[in-house]
Design a protein around this ligand. Structure first.
Ligand code: 8YV
Length: 353
């Protein structure tokens, strides 16, 4: 089945069936009959077929709903957690799983997992560092370009009844080449963004907890205080992990420091931006526009005021959504899960800060 072309409903139906097929397996004497003997692993959402294939030979996937049903007997047997859609994994949840050996996260950001609670219970946490960098940086540029050059409103306009004549004055955007980009967070993804920005002849400023001299030398990025970066950038991209320190890192004070013709692009995590302040900034013209791949919550309620704004471009958390990146993430997450279930060190273990 071609991955990209599979209708979503079909995926969910097929996978839900696969996820629950052990239930009526009793009469089955097929070669896969040892299914029930594989270590049970809690999974939060149905996986795509290739992801399922990556793990099904070494574990038995059990639905997250076991937690809601508080099926103590089943929960006591769970040896692994495999998370995709960022469910909260905290101490209270871990206390229900006394046999747990590993938490494997399908993705790099682990802000939904209480790392200290896991460490306190000697449960290693794995993630997929590096796998999402290129794709997420590509989407950062896609959103930046879309916001600056009115790609989304332009698309609507070009399809709508108002477009009857080509005119010189409509949808004039902000020129990307030669403009200043401010990257907040010069980690792996931030550096990939800087690399792409250089090809657009952008001047690159960055802000980070620590200066990244290597990025300065190899990418020509210039360190700036957050204040200076916000004041001078035409585009501000957020490429930081979500931590206590970065929660609402961009609020009213920061948005008011930005240029009136500037754009904010968030591909990190929703809570990095104070959305109420962002709504005011966009509707009252403190900044020209924004593009969000992530929100708080995700998805936003359908009647959320941000969704009514034309100067906002929004995508449904597509940062890593390419076939190849998903495959790489799946391989890494499956390797972490397999190692943890065997009691071996995880190939990519997250360190508790
Ligand atoms: C993933 C991400 O799609 O890797 C991450 O941290 O946010 C995304 O790119 C996500 O984790 C899977 O839900």
């Amino acid at each position: 089945m071609p991955l990209g072309g599979t209708p979503k409903d079909e995926i969910v139906v097929v996978l839900s069936r696969r996820l629950f097929e052990y239930e009526d397996d009793d009469e089955d004497d097929s070669p896969g009959r040892d299914f029930l003997n594989k270590p049970p692993v809690l999974l939060d959402v149905p996986l795509l077929p290739f992801m399922h294939t990556q793990v099904e030979h070494f574990c038995e996937l059990r639905p997250w709903s076991l937690l809601a049903n508080a099926d103590q007997e089943e929960l006591r047997k769970i040896q692994g957690i495999y998370t995709y859609a960022h469910p909260i994994v905290d101490g209270a949840l871990l206390d229900q799983l006394p046999s747990l050996k590993v938490i494997s996260n399908f993705g790099v950001g682990v802000d939904h997992i209480d790392l200290k609670a896991a460490a306190a219970r000697s449960v290693p946490v794995g993630n997929t560092p590096g796998a999402v960098d290129g794709a997420t940086a590509d989407l950062t540029m896609a959103l930046l370009l879309a916001a600056a050059r009115n790609v989304v409103v332009g698309d609507k306009y070009a399809r709508g009844p108002q477009f009857t004549q080509y005119e010189p004055g409509y949808l004039l955007g902000l020129e990307v080449f030669g403009s200043t980009l401010g990257i907040v967070g010069m980690g792996r993804i931030g550096q990939q963004v800087a690399k792409r920005a250089k090809a657009f002849d952008m001047r690159v400023l960055y802000h980070n907890r620590q200066r990244n001299l290597e990025a300065e030398a190899s990418l020509g990025a210039k360190y700036a205080t957050l204040k200076a970066l916000l004041a001078h950038s035409h585009f501000v991209t957020l490429n930081v992990p979500l931590t206590a320190e970065t929660t609402h890192f961009i609020g009213e004070a920061q948005l008011r420091l930005m240029r009136r013709d500037a754009f904010l692009i968030n591909v990190a995590r929703g809570p990095v931006v104070d959305q109420q302040a962002l709504f005011r900034a966009l509707s009252e013209g403190w900044i020209a526009g924004a593009a969000l791949d992530v929100t708080e919550p995700e998805p936003l309620p359908r009647d959320h005021p941000l969704l009514g704004l034309d100067n906002l471009v929004i995508t449904p958390h597509l940062g890593s959504a390419t076939v190849r990146t998903r495959q790489r993430m799946g391989e890494m997450a499956a390797a972490n899960l397999a190692a943890g279930l065997k009691g071996e060190p995880l190939p990519n273990a997250v360190r508790s800060r």
